[in-house]
Design a protein around this ligand. Structure first.
Ligand code: NA7
Length: 549
């Protein structure tokens, strides 16, 4: 019999890949169910995204009181967040606290990568191999590998010729980096670039920012947590958590549930002005149709463009920082602290690589538009192979040796974004086809983990040991996800939601935009109808589930 405390066990009920928030909570719930669990984590500690992304200025753009677990009333009451929007070190501290408080480390093997997972049809188990040469067998294989965890450095010509230091924001050195006196290039102006550029500019001798696409960003207006705000949430946490679960994005954002076109120009301007003054990405909740109606969207986009023109002193630089060719919100909107103002500093230069493309990297720097920019360091804030990248990094083979990489060649296909036909007992937490990155990740993680825990509990109670979606149910779900996306403006942007940042990746809108509340209901309905769209098979032998201690 395998013990839940034995992290060296080679046969377990469930293997969880990843010890970020999804992996931690999944481990906790499976153990609560009495299953033996092994959790395999590439890093040397817990926290996932918040373990890896340690770049200067890294901060969550969902408010702290909402970006935290709800499953333990004690945890949510006792934890104190120091700021309105949490900085990465505080979120990592919280992840570590959760791991300790619920004694999860005893299940986790750190510094280990899962390299392959192969379904053994003879035994109805997954055979998992790690880069340390270990083989583990498990009935359930649960991928808690994160949506933005496969960091990517573009394949620039001459990449290895550069002799200075290079960093990727998603793989930042744990000891930090001192840029004092250095000439630094930052490539990329997504969330990571927008958060790190102001911090790097305070320290470095000079920063040259290489921008491919200008971004819409709203001032975060972060501040220390006020006792009143903390109390407001803590005194009413149950009701507020429920509001999060039923909302569109998993965030209580005071959605102004009216079209931007249904109000007067003055009222519309007041709404934007007030949201801009409050700060944060809930700016997008100013009206209910900003991502579905282009005319409405234009009004919000124009408001932000005007603010950029006010914030940036040099009109040419302001023009280059101004997004014009995609609707606001259709690439992930950013929240910043003095991003646009940073371009007023004497030690910051903007290079628009649409006008002056990066030609190559050379020993001393970057050549763009025929000009050489000599730098000591390059920061790649170039993002991730989002949603599918971390899943497909593992060589996953299902029934008949079918490869997930091959199955998903034309884009991901998953029923509910949770499971995929031909791969029994393989689950993805916040996988493609679920709200995932369009939502407050912790709310979506909890919903998936809870649903899955119920599902596995249901199987155990009925002596069922194999679950797998049907191809028909999966096709219908993928169609539903596509239809939902096509009702919005999202497909109009070349975003990582669409796989557009990776050369050769299929252009498919990957997350489900139907909304967190609606998706939760859809998942609940399917479970209530005896897991409609899934095929469940009985246990081939007695004692299919091992007991944990
Ligand atoms: P993002 O949002 O994917 O941003 C990456 C940035 O890097 C973006 O500005 C890209 O321009 C740019 N990029 C990517 N490839 C290249 C090449 N080849 N040349 C020049 N510039 C390039 O990643 P982040 O890490 O900032 O944020 C990811 C998420 O983490 C964020 O949305 C939050 O959810 C948290 P592009 O826009 O593709 O033209």
């Amino acid at each position: 019999m395998t013990s839940a405390t034995d992290k060296n066990a080679s046969t377990v009920d469930a293997i969880v890949v990843g010890a970020g928030f999804a992996g931690l909570y999944m481990t906790h719930r499976l153990r609560g169910l009495g299953l033996s669990v092994r959790t395999i984590e590439a890093g040397s500690g817990v926290g996932g995204t918040w373990y890896w992304n340690r770049y200067p200025g890294a901060r969550c753009d969902t408010e702290s009181m909402q970006y935290s677990f709800s499953f333990s009333p004690e945890l949510q009451q006792e934890w104190h967040w120091p700021e309105k929007f949490s900085a990465q070190p505080d979120i990592l501290k919280y992840a570590n606290h959760v791991a300790d408080r619920f004694d999860l480390r005893r299940n986790i093997t750190f510094n280990t990568l899962v390299t392959s997972a192969v379904y053994d049809e003879g035994d109805d188990r997954w055979a998992i191999r790690t880069n340390t040469g270990e083989d583990i067998r498990a009935r359930f294989c649960i991928m808690a590998t994160g949506c933005l965890s496969n960091a990517r450095v573009p394949d620039f010509k001459g990449l290895s010729d550069f002799k200075g230091t290079t960093y990727h924001t998603g793989h930042w050195p744990h000891e930090g980096v001192d840029f004092t006196g250095k000439r630094v290039a930052v490539i990329g102006t997504g969330s990571s670039g927008i958060q790190s550029i102001p911090e790097i500019a305070k320290q470095a001798a000079h920063v040259t920012v290489f921008q491919r696409t200008p971004n819409y960003s709203i001032p975060a207006r972060n501040h220390p947590m006020t006792p009143d705000h903390e109390q407001l949430w803590k005194s009413d946490y149950d009701a507020r958590r429920e509001m999060q679960r039923q909302s569109r994005t998993g965030i209580v954002n005071n959605l102004n549930d009216v079209s931007a076109m249904a109000v007067s120009d003055a009222d519309r301007q007041n709404q934007y002005t007030s949201r801009w003054a409050t700060g944060g990405t809930t700016f997008m909740a100013s009206f209910n149709d900003l991502v579905t109606n282009k005319e409405s969207n234009d009004t919000a986009a124009e408001f932000v463009r005007q603010r950029i023109a006010e914030l940036v002193r040099d009109p040419d630089v302001a023009a280059r920082l101004t997004p014009r060719d995609y609707p606001i919100g259709t690439k992930r909107i950013c929240a910043d602290t003095h991003y646009f103002e940073t371009f007023n500093r004497d030690n910051v230069t903007l290079v628009d690589i649409r006008e002056a493309p990066i030609e190559e990297l050379v020993t001393g720097g970057i050549v763009a538009g025929g000009k050489t920019y000599n730098v000591d360091s390059i920061v790649f804030a170039t993002g991730f192979d989002a949603l599918t990248g971390a899943l497909l990094k593992v060589d996953i083979k299902g029934r008949g040796g079918e490869s997930l990489r091959v199955k998903w060649e034309a884009g991901p296909r998953a029923y509910l974004g949770l499971a995929t036909a031909g791969f029994p007992n393989l689950f993805m937490i916040t996988g493609p086809g679920s709200p995932s990155v369009l939502s407050n990740m912790i709310v979506s993680i909890e919903q998936h983990v809870d649903w899955l825990t119920d599902c596995i509990g249901h199987m155990r109670a009925r002596q069922l040991h194999v679950i797998e979606p049907t191809r028909e149910a999966e096709d219908a779900w993928v169609e539903h996800v596509n239809r939902a996306a096509n009702r919005t403006l999202y497909p109009r942007a070349a975003s990582w939601y669409m796989g557009a940042n990776i050369p050769g990746k299929p252009r498919v809108f990957m997350p489900y935009i139907g909304g967190v509340g609606r998706y939760r209901q859809e998942c609940a309905d399917i479970a209530a109808k005896d897991y409609e769209g899934f095929r469940l098979a009985p246990s081939s032998r007695a004692g299919a589930f091992q007991a944990a201690d």
